[in-house]
Unconditional design. Structure first.
Length: 139
C-alpha cells in the first residue's frame, strides 16, 4: 500500500483551516531533498507556517510538499519530501498529529530529538518499560 502520510497531512490541513487555525509543519531538515532556509533550522528541524496568508502555490502531493514563501523578506521556493514531515499542528492550540516511521519507509523519523538508530526504537516506549496501547487481531 502507499503511504498514508500525505492523505493524513491534507486532511489535517483542511481540518485545521476549517476551524480558523494556522497550520504549521515540523520538518526534519536533515533529510535528503529538503529545501528550506537553513538559517532558520534549529537542531536539524524547522517549523513552517503553511497557512494561506503565509504561502503561495501550496502543493501537497503524495511525494512532495512545495510552496513559495518569504523568509526575512526574501522570497524562496520550499520543497519538502512528505517523509520528512514530523508533525502538522495548529499554532493556536497545538492540536494536530506527529508522525513516526512507516513500515517499509526509507528512513526512521523517530520521536526523540537527535535520536540515533538505536534510540529511535525506544523513543515511543513509555517510562518504566510499559508499552502503550496495542491492537490485536480477533477472529
Amino acid at each position: 500500500m502507499t503511504s498514508s502520510r500525505p492523505y493524513l497531512l491534507r486532511a489535517l490541513l483542511d481540518w485545521i483551516s476549517d476551524n480558523g487555525q494556522t497550520a504549521h509543519l515540523l520538518v526534519d531538515a536533515t533529510r535528503p531533498g529538503v529545501v528550506v532556509p537553513t538559517q532558520f533550522v534549529q537542531d536539524g528541524r524547522i517549523t513552517l507556517n503553511i497557512g494561506p496568508a503565509a504561502v503561495q502555490g501550496l502543493d501537497m502531493g503524495n511525494d512532495w510538499i512545495s510552496f513559495s514563501a518569504r523568509f526575512a523578506g526574501q522570497p524562496m521556493q520550499v520543497s519538502v519530501p512528505v517523509g520528512a514531515v514530523l508533525a502538522i499542528y495548529a499554532r493556536e492550540n497545538g492540536q494536530g498529529m506527529m508522525f513516526g516511521s512507516e513500515p517499509g519507509g526509507d528512513a526512521d523519523t523517530g520521536q526523540g530529538q537527535g535520536a540515533g538508530e538505536g534510540e529511535a526504537a525506544d523513543a515511543g516506549k513509555k517510562p518504566g518499560g510499559r508499552k502503550g496501547p496495542s491492537l490485536k487481531v480477533v477472529k
